[in-house]
Structures are given as C-alpha cells and as structure tokens.
Design a protein around this ligand. Structure first.
Ligand code: FE2
Length: 348
C-alpha cells in the first residue's frame, strides 16, 4: 500500500522492467531501484539478476533529482537502491542522509577499499579512466601526463568540457591530492591558457574537435571511445574516434585518474535483503563483466576480464588514491575552477 501511494504520481516513469520467469515465487519478492544510469545498460543486468534470484525489479529512470526525491519521500520512500555515476553523486547521496551502510561481506570482499565509502555509504561498481584523446596525425608522443597539459608547448591545442563538470572536478581533485592546492591552481591557469576554445559540450564533442582540427588533445572518459566506435545511430562518431589515440596519463608514476559508477543502499529500504542481493550480484564476476561490457567500462573487482574492445586500448595503471579522498577534495577543486575563470576559455 505504501508503495502504491508513494508512487501514484510517478506511475508514468515507473517501469516494472521484466516479466517474471516461470519459476518465480511470490516469496522472492522485489527490489525497487532508482537509477541515474540508462535503461540500455541497467535492463540486461536486472534481467540476469531476476533469472538468477527470482527477485522482481522495479525501476525509475531519471537524469536528475533522484537523491532529492528520496529525501523528500523520507521514511515512506520505496527506494531500495540508487544506481548512479560519478563520485560527486555518490558522495552527495552519502552526505544528504539517504544512505545506510553496506556491510555485506561478499560486497566488501569484491570491491577494493579505494572504491567504496569508508562508512559503507556507497560502493563503486565500475571504473572509468579520464584519459587524453590525442590526434593520430598531429601528436607523435605515445605517453603523456596530466601535468604537461599546462606546458606552453600545447598552447591553443587542448579541448575540454566545462571545468565544473563532475568528471573534471574529480580529476582536478586528484591533482590537488598529488600536488597541493597552490600547484593545482597554477596548473589550471596553464591548461586554461592552452585551451583551443571555451570549454563547452560533452566529452565526445571534444574528440570531434580533434577530428575537425580545432585541437590536438581532448580530455575524456574511456568509455566514450567504445560508445563512439559502436554508435550506429551516429556513424560519424566512428570517424571522430578513429582520428585519435587513447593515451593513459601518468603510466610511469601514480597512474591514470579513475572515477566510478556505483550503488547506494537507501536508508529506509523496504526490501533491504533483496537490495543487498542486487548489489552482491552487480559486484559478482558475472555482474561485473556484464556491467563493464555494456558501457565499455572497467570492472572494480580484481581479476574480472575486460571486454575485448576495452582491452584493445591497452592496459593502464589506475591512480591508487581512494575515491574517499577525491570526494573530500571536490569542493576545493570546484572553487579553483571558478577562481581561475577556467570556463571563460583561453582569451580571458
Ligand atoms: Fe559520461
């Protein structure tokens, strides 16, 4: 009853995802998922989960507002699990009081400590590297560091989306962790001076900028390479992707900055046991392979194979810093972006 009332207004967006399998029993129950991650990614995983456990899944997909919605629903929230990308969203969920600690041993054993909250408020489920897409025609070097993006040799040659985008905020936080705040401020000024144009658009459009000759380097997440190469609706993106090499920064020192997608167990989860079973599944070898494959991401669990396409970009060393530390430096990173006027572009 509580579920029906709470969701009456949301029926239009509330999608019971799959028909139940023949061996489904009412005892298996259900689990309610609020997802910032898109249906094409989540639906195959939930289908496999239901086949394995008999637990029915109900999903609300949205691109924003889910954390606020769980807050507003309060004790009556039907939400069991929140699925989202980015350490920004994961830590916002933790600080907004909608999470309860995940203490399940199987999940803790599967997810390395660097990729889950110290207090269990979130767990990472996939990793993505923030890499440099370098022009095949105009960039000869095959190694690079984030630090050298501020070198004047790249003047007018770098494309990047807004410095305030959470992907860049996390990257800048990683640089603060490595070098301190003052150094990072100077680095940001240097990168800003090297921009080819005002930061705008998404990661793919930065790669398009390289393809079009506007810049030689673009900063973007790894999975966009896979998305551009396999996006049949936008075949022109294959040309963008084929114009660049993926360079994993800092392979000779601390490694490439990684961000996460992950899960939060809702504080008032009405189906807590099933929610934990779902996260256990997503952190299992099978869940990890599927999760990473569909969106060209990297598993968080050690020893899980990578997809062939992802593997074709080469091995990379990920910065071992805990995402807890990145979360703690996000605010400072965002303030630095404003302080240097990064998003005003190279000419200001
Ligand atoms: Fe993305």
């Amino acid at each position: 009853m509580r579920w029906t009332l709470a969701c009456a207004a949301a029926l239009a967006t509330f999608i019971p995802t799959f028909a139940l399998p023949a061996d489904y029993t009412a005892d298996s129950g259900e689990v309610n998922i609020y997802s910032y991650r898109q249906p094409y990614l989540i639906e195959p995983l939930l289908k496999a989960f239901t086949e394995e456990t008999g637990i029915k899944t109900n999903v609300i997909f949205a691109s924003k507002g889910l954390i606020e919605r769980i807050q507003a629903e309060g004790r009556n929230s039907p939400a069991d699990v929140l699925l989202t990308t980015d350490i920004g969203n994961l830590s916002q969920a933790a600080t907004s009081g909608i999470a309860q600690p995940i203490t399940d041993e199987a999940i803790i054993a599967a997810v390395p400590a660097a990729y889950r909250a110290k207090d269990g408020a979130w767990v990472g489920l996939t990793r993505r590297g923030r890499v440099i897409y370098a022009s095949k025609d105009r960039v000869e070097q095959d190694t690079i560091t984030y630090e050298e993006l501020a070198d004047p040799k790249w003047r007018g040659k770098i494309c990047i989306r807004s410095g305030q985008h959470p992907y860049n905020v996390a990257l800048i936080a990683a640089l603060i962790a490595a070098h301190g705040e003052d150094w990072t401020e100077e680095w940001l000024r240097g990168v800003k001076a090297n921009l080819a144009r005002k930061p705008a658009g998404n990661d793919r459009l930065q790669v398009k900028g390289v393809y079009a000759g506007e810049c030689d380097l673009a900063i973007g997440n790894t999975y966009y390479m896979g998305k551009m190469l396999t996006d049949e609706k936008h075949p022109e993106q294959k040309d963008w992707a084929n114009a660049v090499n993926v360079l994993f920064p800092n392979t000779d020192d601390r490694g490439t900055h990684v961000n996460l997608s992950g899960a939060v167990l809702a504080k008032n989860a009405p189906n807590k046991e099933n929610a934990i079973k779902l996260v256990e599944f997503l952190a299992s070898d099978k869940g990890q392979e599927m999760y990473a494959d569909v969106n060209h991401e990297y598993p968080v669990k050690d020893g899980v194979r990578w997809s062939e396409l992802v593997e074709s970009w080469g091995t990379f060393k990920s910065d071992p810093i805990s995402l807890n530390d990145i979360a703690a430096l996000r605010k400072t990173a965002s303030e630095l972006v404003d302080k240097v006027g990064f998003d005003e572009g190279p000419s200001s």
